[in-house]
Design a binder for this molecule. Sequence first.
Ligand code: SF4
Ligand code: FES
Length: 482
Amino acid sequence: MSDGPAARFVIGPDSRPAFTRYARLHEDRARGRTVALAPERAYELDSIGVIVLSAIDGRISVRDLCAKLAQQYAAPVEVIARDVTALLQGLADKRLLRDGPDPFKRPALSDFARSITPYEGGPAGLLAELTHRCPLQCPYCSNPLELERANTELTAQEWGETFRQAAATGALQLHLSGGEPTTRRDLEDILAYAVEAGLYTNLITSAVLLTKERLARLAEIGLDHVQVSIQDIVPDNADRISAYDGGVAKKYDVARWTREFGLGLTINAPMHRQNIAHLPQIIDFAVAVDAQRIEIAHIQYYAWAQLNRAALIPTRETFLETVDVVEEAKKRLLGVLNFDFVIHDHYASRPKTCTGGWGKSIIAVTPSGKALPCHAAQTLPGLVFDNVRDRHLGEIWRDGAAFNAYRGTGWMKEPCHSCDRREIDYGGCRCQAFALSGDPAATDPACHLSPDHARFAAFAETESQAPAPAFVYRRYGGAATD
Ligand code: SF4
Ligand code: FES
C-alpha cells in the first residue's frame, strides 16, 4: 500500500478543498440540474451548492472563499462560513473532496455529452453485463441459470451505441459488470465509448485477471471507479468459496493500484454463513487498501444462490452480530470509510426497494443485448425482453412490456395495494417474491405483512442451524460440487 489508510479530512478555514479525481460536478442535462457525480451516486445540488462547488479548486482556502461569497451576496460571513463548512464536510466525509488539487486528471466532458437534450423520467444508471464468462465459480452467482455464450455478445461498437442511447435517456452511471468484464479483450474500446458518452464509469471486477498495465490503460482512458468483489479475506476460505486459488493476493494488488492511479475504490463483500465471522477483517482490509466505500450485502436467494441457500444462510444471531459490527465501524471510521449495508431479508421486517423500484432507476443489459428491469428479471415467468440490437434503449425503457409489467403500483395486490409504503419500497423484490411464492406479483416475503413472511423466516432459522451442505459451484459450462 502506497500511503496507507486515509485520515478524515476535517474542513477548517485553512482547508483548500478540491474534488477528487473520482468525483465531479456534472450538468445533468436530461433532468436540467447539476449534480455531484460520485461512486454509485449522483448528489443533487441546490444553487448555493453549485456556486460553492464550482469555486473550489484546491487553491482557494475556505476562509477566502467565504469572505468572497459574503461580499458577493452581502451576507454575514459567519453564516456563510457555517453553511459552506457543513456542505464541504458532508462531501469530505463521503471522501469526495481532498485538501489541495488532485494531481490526476478526470475525463473531460465530450461534445456528445454536451449535446444531450431533456428527457422525462429516464434511468439513472445502466448495468452493462459485458459477458457471462468468469474464472470464478461462486455458489451465490447472480447471473442467470442459462448463461449467454461468447459468440452472442454485443460488440464494442454495439455497446457504444447502447451507452449513447442510455446517456441520452438520462443515465449518469455506468456499471461495467459480468461475469468478469476483464475477460473482454476489447474492454478498453468499450470503456472509451462510455467515456465519450459522458457516463460515470464503474468497473465491477473480481480483480483476479487484471494486470497493473491494463488498469493503468483503463485509468488513462478515463475509468472513474473500481469495485473489487471479495469472497473472503482469509485466503484458504476465499479460494474455497470462489473455487479459484490465490485470489486474495490479486485483490490486494488491484486495490492498491486502483488508488495509485487516483481512482475511486469500493470493496464489495457478499455476506453469508461461510464468511460472516471474518467481517471485521474484511472491514480492516478495506481501510488498509484505502477504499472509500464498502458494500456489505447479505445475499438474496434467487437464481444460482437459491441452489446453495442452505449452505449460505447465516443464523439470526450471526446476522445480528454483523449489524453491531457495522454500526461500530461506521462511527469509528467516519470520514474514512463509507458503508452500504444490505441486511438479511429473512431476518428483516420490511423489504428493500429493490433496484430502486422496477423500471424506475436502473436498466440492465445482458451480454447479448437483452434489456432487463433488474439483473435477475429472467427468473420471472411471462416477461418478454426487448433487445438493444432491435430497439432504441429509450423506447424500451418507456414502452417495453417487461419494464411496464411491475412499474409503479397499478399491478399490486393486497397487502401492498392499500399500504402506505407502496411508493417507498414498491412491494420489494419481484424476483424474491416469485422464488418463494411462485407469484411474481406477490408481496416480497421479507415484508412482515406478507402471508409468506413466517414461512420465509422459519426456513432460514431451520436451514441455518443444520450443518452446511456442500456448495454447488457455478461453472461456466456446467455445475460442480465440492
Ligand atoms: Fe411494502 Fe407491500 Fe410490505 Fe407495504 S405490504 S411494506 S408496500 S412490501
Ligand atoms: Fe429482480 Fe429484485 S432482483 S426485482
